[in-house]
Every structure is written in structure tokens, then in C-alpha cells.
Design a protein. Structure first.
Length: 199
């Protein structure tokens, strides 16, 4: 096994996907529109709800943490809930209703009109994310999906679908965090950029 080759290939693959994003004006516009949507939600005293499975669940927690705590600089916390974190809620819904309704029930319970749901699914076909999107439609909650490839089934249900141009799960997830960090950066600047000037 050539470990050095594996290292360089993995890094190069990641760079190549990010270069493809950088040169795709449609993806860049979708990122801008998503950041604007989230910013406006926060300006109207709403919140973000985030969800994903497996590594994407961890990414949802990561993003929620950036909103609630801080990203680049100290500022007031902004409300964000990762729907994959409460084991009592997760096991109750899984046991009583099934895993496919895991996020749908939480959107129904925790979400309100004006909120923004951010779902992460590398395939775009996660059934619990799809059901959550339908619940968003019913409650007047806007939705953003971070996915890969052609966006899967979620592409036609959400308001904004940001599709990473790759079919490899690791590359898609790496890009999801990049995109989410960009959104966090824009939201923080738009809402609290003046705080930096007073430091």
C-alpha cells in the first residue's frame, strides 16, 4: 500500500470538487440565496432547524453550534436546533412512529412559519429528510438542502437545493461543511458585522 499516494490523491480529489464549485455560477448563486434566506429568517426572530443522518448528523450539529455560539467573532447567539441530538426524542419517535418520521415529527413540534430547515443528505434520497420537507411545506417553513449529484428526490421539494458536483460521499460532506461555513460567515457579517468595528 502506498500511503503517501492515498494522502495526496484524497487531498487532490477534495480540491478538485471545491474548484468545480468555485467555477459553477449556479451553485454560487444558490449559496448566496441560502445565506440571504437564513439572514432574513434571523432578522424576523425565527430560527434554523438542521437535520442529517450519520456524518451529516454530525455536520448538522456542527452548523448549529456555529450559529448558537460564534463563528468568526463574539456576538449574540442566534437560535438553531440540530434535530439529531436528543436521544430521548430520537428513540421515542423511532420506537413509536419509525425512523423515517424522525425529523418530520420534530419539524411539526419545534418549527414555526418563518423558520428555515436545513437538511443534509449526500444522496438527496433520505426518507426522513424528504418527510421533513413535506412537513415544512405544511407549516410555511422555508427549506435548504445540501446534497450531491443531481439532488435526488429532495431537489423538487425544497426551496433551495445546493448540489455538490460529486458522487463520492466524503467529497460531498467535505464540501457541505465548506458551504455551511460560508453561509455562517455571511449571516454573521450581515447581522453583526458592525460589532467588529466597535472592538
Amino acid at each position: 500500500m502506498n500511503i503517501e499516494k492515498i494522502i495526496t490523491e484524497q487531498i487532490q480529489k477534495s480540491i478538485s470538487v471545491k474548484q468545480a464549485i468555485l467555477s459553477n455560477t449556479e451553485i454560487l448563486k444558490d449559496i448566496k440565496d441560502a445565506a440571504t434566506m437564513v439572514t432574513e429568517a434571523y432578522r424576523n426572530d425565527a430560527k434554523t432547524l438542521l437535520a442529517g443522518n450519520g456524518g451529516s448528523a454530525a455536520d448538522a450539529q456542527h452548523i448549529a453550534g456555529e450559529f448558537v455560539s460564534r463563528f468568526y467573532f463574539d456576538r449574540p447567539g442566534i437560535p438553531s436546533i440540530a434535530l439529531s441530538t436528543d436521544t430521548s426524542i430520537i428513540t421515542a419517535i423511532g420506537n413509536d412512529y419509525g425512523f423515517d418520521r424522525l425529523f418530520e415529527r420534530q419539524v411539526q413540534a419545534q418549527g414555526k412559519r418563518g423558520d428555515v430547515f436545513i437538511g443534509l443528505t449526500t444522496s438527496g434520497n433520505s426518507e426522513n429528510i424528504i418527510k421533513a420537507l413535506h412537513a415544512c411545506k405544511e407549516k410555511g417553513i422555508q427549506s435548504i438542502i445540501l446534497t450531491g449529484g443531481n439532488g435526488g428526490k429532495t431537489a423538487d421539494i425544497c426551496d433551495i437545493c445546493i448540489k455538490v458536483p460529486s458522487k463520492e460521499t466524503p467529497r460531498i460532506q467535505e464540501s457541505h461543511i465548506l458551504i455551511a461555513h460560508i453561509i455562517c460567515c455571511i449571516v454573521e457579517e450581515e447581522l453583526f458585522g458592525d460589532l467588529k468595528l466597535s472592538e
